[in-house]
Design a protein around this ligand. Structure first.
Ligand code: 4IP
Length: 147
């Protein structure tokens, strides 16, 4: 039967709650999770073979309007967003050592990149969790900011 989506999510929550770190998994473990993801996660087709670390529906605001998007944080690190109605990859938030994330409240979080600030809203109020995971991936990839 394999692992369900919720079990996978819980596995990652376990990683987050320990000192192990979200990116610190063995190659076999990564291979195993990728295998499950390819088989059971319908968003797998959009992530360029990367392992999904966190996924969730958000409203991405640009100008006056917001678009509902499936936000996919993966190894790499990468941050993809997909139109969940038409099942089309719409874009990617570019990663760099300068990327920063900030929660405004339980719903709204901002992702700062050198050329654009992304306004994101989690209708389920998991904004703090998003910022925590993105920050952990940032620090795990580029190191802790000392400035
Ligand atoms: C669109 O607004 C959507 O918000 C697009 O998001 C966004 O592209 C466009 O910004 C913006 O003009 P309307 O749908 O109301 O026209 P998405 O790509 O998720 O559909 P990105 O991807 O860049 O946020 P521009 O400036 O990128 O075109």
């Amino acid at each position: 039967p394999g692992l369900g989506k919720n079990q996978l999510v819980r596995l990652w929550e376990f990683d987050l709650s320990t000192s192990r770190g979200i990116l610190n998994i063995s190659p076999e473990e990564k291979r195993r999770r990728l295998e499950v993801q390819a088989r059971e996660n319908k968003w797998h087709q959009f992530v360029d073979g990367e392992l999904i670390l966190k996924q969730g529906l958000v409203e991405k605001r640009k100008g006056l309007f917001a678009r509902r998007r499936m936000l996919l944080l993966t190894t790499g690190p990468r941050l993809f967003y997909v139109d969940p109605v038409n099942m089309v990859l719409k874009g990617e938030i570019p990663w760099s050592p300068d990327l920063r994330v900030e929660a405004k409240n339980f719903r709204i979080f901002l992702v700062y990149t050198p050329n654009r600030t992304y306004y994101l809203e989690d209708p389920q109020s998991y904004a703090l969790e998003w910022t925590r995971v993105i920050d952990e991936v940032r620090i795990g990839t580029y190191g802790r900011d000392t400035t």
